[in-house]
Design a protein around this ligand. Structure first.
Ligand code: KIV
Ligand code: ZN
Length: 522
């Protein structure tokens, strides 16, 4: 196999976003797409356009704005899906790709689709041909490929390539594969389909992490002929997630003795920045011990290790943390920094902000600058987030006061302002702790009743006065998990802001039909 270039196909904005509670709005998706372009991935799967107007708009906006990577839209083998994907990726011109999929495994054929093998091939071929009428770059995925009979899988690959597919993706949809089986399966496909050998079509893999083997399976596939890997930042995705981009890419780079000659275009110094952005935008906190991007990935606590590191870094570090973007923090800003400095730093961090947004962030920056000595890039990024969530600020926090102690009933008094209302509203609540009491008071004022499903607090930057960022997931009785985020130097305030963010998101969803009706009549 002469070609050793690995195409990195990022599906953070599609499969990653399918992770419960990870949904992102248009602005958040655009920020992630811009960062993926800086990371220099080859393909961005921007979404599944037929799913909703919002998904269509995100794929179309990304296709319109992002230059460099190929922009892909997902579609079932159904005309309306393919037409929507074709229209959504159109602004990307020659860089537009349609990714069609159809299940091929016996269990999916019999129980999900009720279709025989020949019918599956007919539908797959029709889907690819229809996609071809929109773009020349068509990818086909036989869903649940790893559990499909290999002979049938070979027939499917051959048929879709004959119909015009230029990439055939082999998904391990349910994370069932293990490297010793997945590698040989890819080899068998490579050896049985001449178009894979000639380079007319590329074999891709898309591995899920149900057994924690997504990265290992992707690497085994590369060694056996795959030349595209589908992955996500931080490994987010359906259920246990997808192969993590950072782990797969760094395994290739760190072990050239094993993965000889394989290379990809990813700018690894952008990895940590990408991980943090995705974590913030999706509300999915990265576990501390996560490889490459977790807080502890390069932290050495035992004395023996620290001693070794000081003598020679390589004694306990297999990668240079700077290579993946750690430790590149610039001089922090202080309360004396002016608007121009803040604006320049925002630009440097890659945020595209309007003048009023920069002013709003600058005001908040001044507030925290009074409370903490240094304002780091991460602090600033946490502030930016509040301004790009596009959630209407129906209720805003004006004032709060909590009393708490080991013998006192935690009590909170909260005052909120409602948009367009002259007077703020004050109420009080008691709870299991100061945060619980504050959220109860917010419920009373906003007339909502949220159940907290998930609560995560993390220090955004370094030092005792670090900004605390709270991410919550709440259910307001609709069964849908709504994410809210808030940052402050005070934990209770950060929690109140995060909860209020979720309340506003929930209320704006409830109001949406009313607002759309009003829009139509105005
Ligand atoms: O896991 C899967 O099979 C998928 C396909 C749509 C590629 O996500
Ligand atoms: Zn998937």
């Amino acid at each position: 196999m002469k070609n050793q270039r690995i195409i990195v196909f990022d599906t953070t904005l599609r499969d990653g976003e399918q992770c419960p509670g990870a949904s992102m709005n248009l602005r958040e998706k655009l920020e992630v797409a811009r960062q993926l372009a800086r990371l220099n991935v080859d393909v961005i799967e921007a979404g599944f356009p037929v799913v909703s107007d919002g998904d269509f708009e995100s794929v179309q906006s990304i296709a319109r704005e992002i230059k460099g990577p190929i922009i892909a839209g997902l579609a079932r083998c159904v005309s309306k899906d393919i037409d929507a994907a074709g229209a959504a990726v159109k602004p990307a011109g020659k860089r537009g790709r349609i990714h069609v999929f159809l299940a091929t495994s016996k269990i999916h054929r019999e129980f999900k689709l009720g279709k025989a093998q020949d019918e599956i091939i007919r539908l797959a071929v029709e889907g690819v041909r229809r996609a071809k009428s929109f773009v020349s770059d068509v990818e086909f995925s036989p869903e649940d490929a790893s559990r499909t009979e290999p002979d049938f899988l070979i027939r499917v690959c051959q048929a879709v390539i004959d119909a015009g597919a230029t990439t055939v993706n082999i998904p391990d949809t349910v994370g069932w594969a293990v490297p010793d089986q997945f590698g040989p399966l890819i080899r068998e496909l490579y050896q049985s389909v001449p178009a894979f050998q000639s380079g007319k079509a590329v074999i891709s893999v898309h591995c899920h992490n149900d057994l924690g083997l997504a990265v290992a399976n992707s690497l085994a596939a590369i060694q056996n002929g795959a030349r595209q890997i589908e992955c996500t930042i931080n490994g987010i995705g359906e259920r246990a997630g997808n192969a993590s981009l950072e782990e797969t890419v760094m395994a290739l780079k760190t072990r050239p003795d094993i993965y000889k000659g394989f290379e990809c275009g990813v700018k690894t110094r952008e990895i940590v920045k990408s991980s943090r952005l995705v974590s913030r935008m999706s509300g999915l906190v990265v576990q501390r011990s996560k490889a490459i991007v977790g807080e502890n990935a390069f932290a050495h606590s035992s004395g023996i290790h620290q001693d070794g590191i000081l003598k020679k870094r390589e004694t306990y570090e297999i990668m240079d943390p700077r290579e993946v973007g750690w430790g590149a923090t610039q001089l922090p800003l202080t309360k004396h920094s002016g608007r121009a400095a803040v604006s320049a730093r925002l630009k440097h961090l890659g945020f595209k902000m309007t003048d009023p947004e920069v002013s709003a962030i600058f005001n908040q920056f001044k507030e925290i600058g009074d409370k903490k000595k240094f304002v780091y890039d991460d602090d600033l990024t946490a502030l930016v987030e509040g301004h790009i969530t596009e959630t209407p600020e129906i209720w805003t926090l004006d004032y709060f006061n909590v009393t708490s102690g080991n013998r006192a009933v935690p009590t909170a008094t909260v005052r909120l302002k409602k948009a367009d209302a002259k007077e703020p509203v004050t109420d009080a609540g008691t709870g299991d702790g100061p945060v619980d009491a504050t959220l109860k008071a917010i419920d009373r004022i906003t007339n909502t009743r949220g159940t907290l499903i998930d609560y995560a607090l993390r220090a955004v930057s370094q030092g005792k006065d670090a900004l605390g960022e709270v991410t919550i997931k709440a259910d307001f009785g609709t069964g849908e998990l709504i994410t809210g985020k808030g940052a402050s130097t005070d934990i209770v305030e950060a929690s109140a802001r995060a909860y209020l963010h979720a309340v506003n998101r929930h209320l704006s969803e409830v109001d949406r039909p009313k607002r759309e009706k009003q829009k139509k009549h105005s």
